[in-house]
Design a protein around this ligand. Structure first.
Ligand code: SME
Length: 160
């Protein structure tokens, strides 16, 4: 078992640097993408506060398919362009949603979710997956969270 720690009380840029280092160490040298996604979901779940879902959807053909995650069982397939995840996958752009109830087409997998951050993972210029984070707290994610997870997505593009 690995035991990573990062203090969520420290300034967010430092917290995310530590999260990135832990993610890097955890996935270095392991070629199996599913194993890496599973450990990354567990790492984020353990270290990032105020989440009720954290994990991956993989882009397969024209739809997103559920990947490794922590949280309640979730919708398995999401068409490209639908909901927050489908929009991030289609546009290749991070979706930071302060109030999911105000997002047209939001897919409520867990009624407790109030805000959401979805970051595309890009390999060779193509979206291959998204990292999806849900929080029960409205407006949970700020620009530091977005920058931190975009850096994480960039680091793991070749490892999942
Ligand atoms: N809320 C997401 C669906 C995935 S669940 O949050 C795990 C969306 O609208 O894309």
């Amino acid at each position: 078992m690995y035991d990573f720690a990062a203090d969520p009380a420290q300034p967010k840029p430092e917290f995310y640097r530590e999260l990135l280092d832990a993610a890097d160490a955890l996935t270095a040298g392991e070629p199996d993408g599913v194993a890496n996604m599973a450990n990354l979901a567990a790492l984020v779940w353990q270290l990032v506060p105020d989440l009720n879902w954290a994990g991956f959807y993989r882009l397969i053909g024209e739809e997103l398919v559920l990947g490794p995650f922590c949280g309640k069982p979730a919708c398995i397939r999401i068409p490209l362009g639908r909901g927050v995840c489908g929009t991030a996958a289609q546009t290749g752009e991070t979706q930071r949603v302060a109030d999911v109830r105000a997002f047209p087409g939001h897919i409520a997998c867990d009624a407790a979710s109030r805000s959401e951050l979805v970051v595309p993972v890009i390999r060779d210029g193509t979206v291959i997956a998204v990292i999806d984070l849900d929080s029960p707290r409205p407006d949970r994610f700020d620009e530091d969270d977005q920058a931190g997870f975009e850096a994480l997505a960039a680091r793991i593009g070749m490892r999942i």
